[in-house]
Design a protein around this ligand. Structure first.
Ligand code: NDP
Length: 450
């Protein structure tokens, strides 16, 4: 008989925590989980899922426009923000129910309140004060948006609030040049907002391939996003129900909403980590080894709270690996963080796996780059100016494909499959030997010439 109340206590029921708890329970462990907000966490409630629903919504105007050339009449379509948000909320409630039911169905004991660590084997539920002992504790509390402090910063919102605005903002200023800022600039513009995006550096999406970013920049501007590079917010004052924003260059903007998307940090405040002896880094991220173990032998962490690669599928993989290793007694291969496919859901969207040309050149002596740009069939036919850009980065010495970058319709779907090829160490010869599927956008990836 174990000396502990449970074998595993998971703090946080987001993507990583839910996966770890459910799989550990299915392996036969006695598991409990605490969640103070929503089961499903950021991805389901304030991230990937509602964002993607809004991206879908934002793309209908393109289809209405293109439809005319294809013989359709799409007279006077109109958009109802409240209906979208209402339907989104119904969908998220449905998903939350599934997450919770799956946990309970696997035998996990759920506590709908926050928990904090007391020592290496004890957690305390904050609202009820109940203490529970566990052989292992898993911290899976995710991340929260950064909120800079400047004059008027309390008047801004973040991605935590944007999904529940009472109405579609007429004029919005977005601060940041990363995933969230650029996705929201694109989708809010698609829905009809006037969008200005302030980027503190010289270009969008620092770290992404320069050629792809250049085409994205041009396409977003063409769609009406006002991009201001080397620019940040200095101060904000309320004026007549709107916001009067002064940027660091002195430029002024009169907008209805300011969305700050300047990064996220690990959610480790008030978790009792000090008390339990769990070490964190200067950003507050829980420090872990390759297996997710913290400085305390019985305490582990997965997902954004460790601030390694902050993507939902990574948290899920880490949660699965933790449960399989400790409760399934399975051999678990280390995760290859270098070949994780990722996408930016702008319109047009970006899909990437592997190295940018710049990183490849910095790490390999002989690099070959193949690239192309073209107007996709459907939009050329409809007289639209959409572009597709593709780039393949190859190690000339081994012929191995080091990176693939796609901008255009379906880029995210394509890059998922390209990820399989790169994980299998595909060479450029493998790509070339693959027969093209015509007519598709993806066929260009196997017919590229250099
Ligand atoms: P990112 O780290 O992607 O981008 C942050 C942006 O804010 C950068 O452009 C950064 O500039 C800028 N910035 C940082 N501090 C300031 C400041 N003080 N003033 C002005 N600009 C500033 O963070 P996000 O918030 O966009 O996203 C958080 C995480 O969520 C991402 O890392 C990603 O992993 C994940 N995510 C993934 C998505 C996907 O897979 N599609 C979608 C959304 C989020 P600089 O580059 O100069 O540092």
């Amino acid at each position: 008989m174990s000396q502990f109340d449970v074998d595993l206590f998971v703090v946080g029921a987001g993507s990583g925590g839910v996966r770890a708890a459910r799989v550990a329970a299915l392996h036969g462990a006695r598991v409990a989980i605490a969640e103070g907000a929503n089961y499903g966490g950021t991805c389901v409630h304030r991230g990937c899922v509602p964002k993607k629903l809004m991206v879908y919504a934002s793309r209908f105007p393109d289809q209405f426009k293109a439809g005319v050339a294809f013989g359709w009449s799409t007279d006077a379509p109109s958009f109802d923000w409240k209906r979208l948000i209402g339907n989104k909320n119904v969908e998220l409630a449905r998903l939350e129910g599934i997450y919770h039911r799956n946990l309970v169905g696997a035998g996990v004991q759920t506590f709908s309140e926050n928990a904090e660590l007391v020592d290496a084997h004890t957690v305390q539920l904050r609202a009820s004060g109940k203490q529970i002992t566990a052989e292992r504790i898993l911290i899976a509390t995710g991340g929260v948006p950064d909120r800079q402090l400047f004059e008027g910063s309390h008047l801004t919102i973040t991605s935590d609030e944007v999904f529940d605005l009472a109405e579609l903002p007429g004029r919005v200023l977005i601060v940041g040049g990363g995933y969230i800022a650029t996705e929201f600039a694109s989708l809010l513009r698609g829905l009809g907002s006037e969008v200005t995006q302030l980027v503190r550096g010289p270009s969008l999406l620092r770290g992404f391939d320069d050629d792809i970013v250049a085409v994205l920049d041009e396409q977003l501007r063409r769609r009406g996003v006002r991009l201001c590079m080397n620019e940040s917010v200095k101060q904000i004052y309320p004026r007549n129900g709107a916001l009067d924003v002064t940027a660091t260059s002195g430029q002024a903007f009169d907008v209805d909403v300011v969305l700050l998307s300047t990064g996220r940090h690990p959610n480790t405040r008030n978790l009792g980590l000090d008390r339990a002896g769990v070490e964190v880094d200067s950003r507050g991220a829980v420090i872990v080894d390759k297996s997710g173990q913290t400085s305390v032998e019985s305490i582990y962490a997965v997902g954004d709270v460790t601030n390694r690669l902050n993507l939902t599928p990574i948290a899920i993989r880490e949660g699965q690996a933790f449960a399989d290793r400790h409760f399934g007694k399975l051999e678990v291969a280390d995760l290859d963080y270098a070949r994780v496919p990722t996408a930016v859901f702008t319109t047009p969207e970006v899909g990437v796996v592997g190295l940018s040309e710049k990183l490849a050149r910095a790490n390999f002596p002989h690099v070959r780059v193949l690239k192309t740009q073209f107007g996709p069939m459907a939009s050329s036919f409809a007289g639209l100016q959409d572009r597709v850009a593709m780039k393949v980065v190859i190690d000339e010495d081994t012929d191995r494909v080091l990176g693939v970058h796609i901008l255009g319709d379906g880029a995210a779907e394509m890059i998922q499959m390209v990820g399989v090829a790169l994980t299998a160490n595909a060479t450029w010869k493998d790509f070339r030997q693959t027969v093209a599927l015509h007519p598709t956008i993806a066929e260009e990836l196997v017919t590229l010439k250099g």
